[in-house]
Ligand binder design. Sequence first.
Ligand SMILES: *[C@@H]1O[C@H](CO)[C@@H](O)[C@H](O)[C@H]1NC(C)=O
Ligand SMILES: *[C@@H]1O[C@H](CO)[C@@H](O)[C@H](O)[C@H]1NC(C)=O
Ligand SMILES: *[C@@H]1O[C@H](CO)[C@@H](O)[C@H](O)[C@H]1NC(C)=O
Ligand SMILES: *[C@@H]1O[C@H](CO)[C@@H](O)[C@H](O)[C@H]1NC(C)=O
Ligand SMILES: *[C@@H]1O[C@H](CO)[C@@H](O)[C@H](O)[C@H]1NC(C)=O
Ligand SMILES: *[C@@H]1O[C@H](CO)[C@@H](O)[C@H](O)[C@H]1NC(C)=O
Length: 397
Amino acid sequence: MKMFSVILAVIMAYICRCCAEVKSVEPPENVTVSGLGLLGQLVIHWSRPTSLQNVTDCAVRYQLEYFSTYKNEWKGYRTPWTTLRAQFDLERDVQVKLRTMLRGKCTNGIESTSAALELVWHPKLTGVEGSRVKNFSCVFHMKQYMECTWDRGPEEPQHSQRFLYYWHNGLEAVAECPQYLLSSGVRTGCLFPREAVKEFTDFNVCVNGSSPVGPLRPAYFSLQVQNHVKPGLVEAVSLEALQQDGELVLGWKPPAGHIPSHCLEYEVMTEHTNQDGREWRMVNVTEDTSLVLPANQRSCARVRSHVHRYCSDHSFWSNWTQWKCLPVEKDNLSPAMDIALICVLVASAVALLSLCVSVGMFSRTRRQRTEQKVSHCSLLGENQHLKLLSAFSHPHH
Ligand SMILES: *[C@@H]1O[C@H](CO)[C@@H](O)[C@H](O)[C@H]1NC(C)=O
Ligand SMILES: *[C@@H]1O[C@H](CO)[C@@H](O)[C@H](O)[C@H]1NC(C)=O
Ligand SMILES: *[C@@H]1O[C@H](CO)[C@@H](O)[C@H](O)[C@H]1NC(C)=O
Ligand SMILES: *[C@@H]1O[C@H](CO)[C@@H](O)[C@H](O)[C@H]1NC(C)=O
Ligand SMILES: *[C@@H]1O[C@H](CO)[C@@H](O)[C@H](O)[C@H]1NC(C)=O
Ligand SMILES: *[C@@H]1O[C@H](CO)[C@@H](O)[C@H](O)[C@H]1NC(C)=O
């Protein structure tokens, strides 16, 4: 028993000699967060824990995690430096977790990590409550110009004036909107020419404002401009029958603008009607600029495009082109147009009938010219009918 405790004591002493070399690792100290006035670019700074101030035989690194409010997830970094710059949403809490990591002779080569230092900074929300803009959204049209728009806040005071400021890493300082969009004299958006935007980097925006009551509640946004692209209309759509196979070929050209054509993907919607009047729709997605379709009694097609996911994470669909149909007659006639056409025809028939009746009654008093009058009337009627039909059967293609 005595023997056993001696051995134990020796083992303990040995372990503790070892332990003595492993410093207890403390988390970093004196953590500060400072803004750079760049609409959400913050610098987090910390210092080496005092207990490790004199350590020279071990490498000190830091593990920093911060909550990205944009991605709604924690992001982590390991760095030997004591500072990190990142993008934060100035309207949300800044949450940071910091650990010290030690490895080297002093830890016998084992990586030793401190407990996490968790810190939260709350935003200082200023300005009239409820005056923050709503529905902020940006569309980068054809990569030619970007349009950002907003709706007024629900509690926006009368006679307010809006401002938009933006920054990206190509700018030294925050800049004001180059051209405001106005709706009955009120600023409802901003137009950025192509030169003012920068892709594949944080494009930071602040929409604030002033009012007789005081400043309005600012709103902060950070976007990746390449994810807001909306292509223009697909051009030169043609639908042609292939004589031999009873197939149709739909062809088109990429939309105008600055989107590389290899970045475009097309969606083709086709509407087919077969002999017994049955209709069905088909949707095809392609990177080509043509598509072979089965020929039917009647086939119509329209095309739209967006940026392929190889080129950006998100894109808006362009507008649809007009329907192209084969055979072309009855082109673009909506049911509303059909009803309008029937109404016009019925009305003109009624008008003609009453005209004929009154002409007939009139002519009865002038018996000698009856034959001539009636034939003139029916001729006039036919002409009008023909004109009406031709006006409706050739809408724009
Ligand atoms: C942290 O800040 C305090 C007070 O400013 C200072 O006394 C201390 O030395 C700092 N610690 C480190 C590790 O720099
Ligand atoms: C580090 O070294 C300085 C000067 O040699 C000494 O004053 C200080 O107490 C040491 N700090 C620690 C934590 O050992
Ligand atoms: C925001 O947009 C939605 C949908 O487009 C609309 O219903 C709502 O009224 C808009 N909000 C404001 C404040 O205009
Ligand atoms: C709006 O924000 C910009 C940029 O941060 C700032 O320079 C300006 O003073 C603000 N204006 C108002 C009215 O709050
Ligand atoms: C797309 O459609 C919208 C709504 O109908 C219209 O305001 C806009 O001008 C169209 N854009 C193009 C490029 O045709
Ligand atoms: C188009 O899509 C339909 C199904 O929606 C499919 O049967 C057809 O083969 C596709 N056509 C082409 C040319 O890819």
